[in-house]
Design a protein around this ligand. Structure first.
Ligand code: ACO
Length: 436
């Protein structure tokens, strides 16, 4: 059909309307012409939590939740996980194409040369208490970067924008590693330019007295694959936050801090941390059936690492991680919690409650087990999620800034509160009933 439309009849007035359909969507603003009285504001669409509202047109990430498909810039996630590296995917997500050899060399060089933090930031980070959650440190320190790069406010200058995007991608591992060392009371380790992006992160976290830290190749590759899987996931909670905060033309540092804050929550990037806590709490395989029952009865909260707003089948990222787990465990030894996780998955996938609601393991169900086997404490899990996701946030932020249709994000509301009423002096207000 060349110009598809939607016909609407307003049964309040009997009037008919034809709304154009473009890319499988109507424009919510076209509903505004539907009024009973000419002075009405016009019909709104009500969509709490944006279950059915597209807030942008994007060319970055494609997800088909029913078929379990995830593609970055058209490339299937499975191929990228098998054949690419995080840095290459980071270039792809931001620039739209895979880099050629010269472009990759330049990108690698640019990222490697922006990994250092200003020394003042070091003392800023040392101000946190020994038990500060590393995600809280990351959110605050990324926001603090805004005070070091004042020109970053010029968000419409493409060259300045790109420089600060490079800084963010490069400096996140350093902030992450130092937030970890902070908790252990260990001296901060400076970046090592001779190591890969992931190898350098591992070195900054784990290096002790040895002259040079040499990462184990299987573990280095496993972390790189985990990073590829976490680069972008279209308009999720943290990415929408990035776009929303960025839409007021806030600088990229404070915008990324806001996105990272959204990621921190247990229903989003904090879920992998919760999965590990949940598996520990279950304790042994024989306790799994009782735990699943308590979830269904609403006594134990949700089954963490299960369910997804978009995927109504197996999360393709969880499949890649599951396959990779064997390679990691061949080096680190099997994670004792794996048996509980596998049993939990088996029982849940056969249970009517989960089948009916199309609840499958998501990316966080197995990523925590691998992070734990790599020797990271649970508090670091959301931080490890944020390191690669910053590439996705920045790609989406830049796309938003270059999109002529975008304006400052500002949803509407349906006001259901009191109508106008007169102020009552305090002595005339009804007393509160005393508790017995
Ligand atoms: N355990 C038990 N029940 C669940 C779960 C779960 N993990 N997830 C959803 N449900 C149930 C809900 O109670 C609801 O049941 P009802 O219809 O009887 O009320 C139904 O499934 C639909 O759930 P919603 O909350 O409407 O689904 P929504 O799309 O809003 O939530 C979310 C998605 C937040 C991911 C949810 O599935 C959840 O809380 N999962 C656990 C946390 C988690 O793993 N988050 C990580 C997501 S991946 C990521 O962010 C990287």
């Amino acid at each position: 059909m060349p110009n598809p439309t939607l016909s609407i009849t307003d049964n309040r007035t009997g009037r008919k309307y034809e709304l154009p359909i473009e890319n499988g969507a109507i424009r919510a603003v076209d509903l505004r012409q539907i009024k009973v009285e000419p002075s009405d504001f016009g019909l709104l669409s009500y969509d709490p939590a944006f279950l059915n509202t597209a807030s942008c047109r994007s060319r970055i990430t494609f997800i088909d939740g029913d078929r379990g498909i995830l593609r970055y810039r058209g490339y299937p996630i499975e191929q990228l996980a098998e054949k690419s590296s995080y840095l290459e995917v980071s270039y792809l997500i931001i620039n739209g194409e895979l880099p050629n050899a010269a472009q990759f060399e330049q990108w690698n060089h640019d990222i490697t040369h922006h990994t250092f933090l200003h020394e003042n930031l070091k003392s800023f980070m040392q101000g946190f208490r020994y038990d500060a959650h590393p995600m809280g440190i990351l959110v605050s320190t990324v926001a603090a970067l805004s005070t070091f790069y004042l020109e970053s406010k010029q968000v419409h200058d493409a060259a300045i924008r790109r420089l600060n995007m490079t800084r963010l991608i490069a400096k996140l591992p350093t902030i992450a590693a130092w937030s970890y060392r902070n908790a252990l009371g260990l001296p901060y380790v400076y970046p090592d330019d001779e190591l890969s992006f992931v190898g350098n992160l591992l070195a900054m976290m784990k290096k002790m007295a040895e002259r040079k830290y040499v990462p184990t190749p299987v573990l280095e590759r496993a972390l790189d694959v985990l990073f590829i899987l976490h680069v972008d996931h279209e308009q999720n909670c943290s990415t929408s936050t990035m776009r929303s905060v960025g839409s007021s033309f806030a600088d990229p540092f404070v915008s990324v801090a806001a996105a990272a804050a959204a990621l921190y929550g247990p229903l989003h990037g904090g879920a992998n941390e919760e999965v590990l806590r949940m598996l520990r709490e279950i304790g042994s395989v024989d306790k799994v059936p009782a735990f699943v029952k308590s979830v269904k009865d609403g006594e134990s909260g949700r089954l963490m690492g299960f369910g997804h707003r978009v995927y109504k089948s197996y999360d393709p990222r969880a499949k890649v991680i599951q396959k990779m787990a064997d390679e990691v465990f061949s080096v680190t030894g099997t994670n004792p919690l794996l048996k509980i996780a596998l049993e939990l998955e088996r029982i849940a996938l056969e249970d009517d409650y989960f089948i009916k609601r199309k609840l499958y393991p998501n990316v966080d169900f197995y990523s925590g087990l691998i992070y734990q086997s790599l020797g990271f404490p649970v508090e670091m899990f959301p931080v490890l999620f944020a390191i690669p996701r910053v590439s996705g946030w920045l790609a989406q932020w830049e796309e938003m800034l270059e999109d002529k249709e975008q304006k400052i994000a500002r949803p509407r509301q349906l006001y259901l509160g009191e109508d106008e009423r007169d102020f009552v002096a305090i002595e005339k207000r009804a007393p509160t009933a005393k508790k017995s």
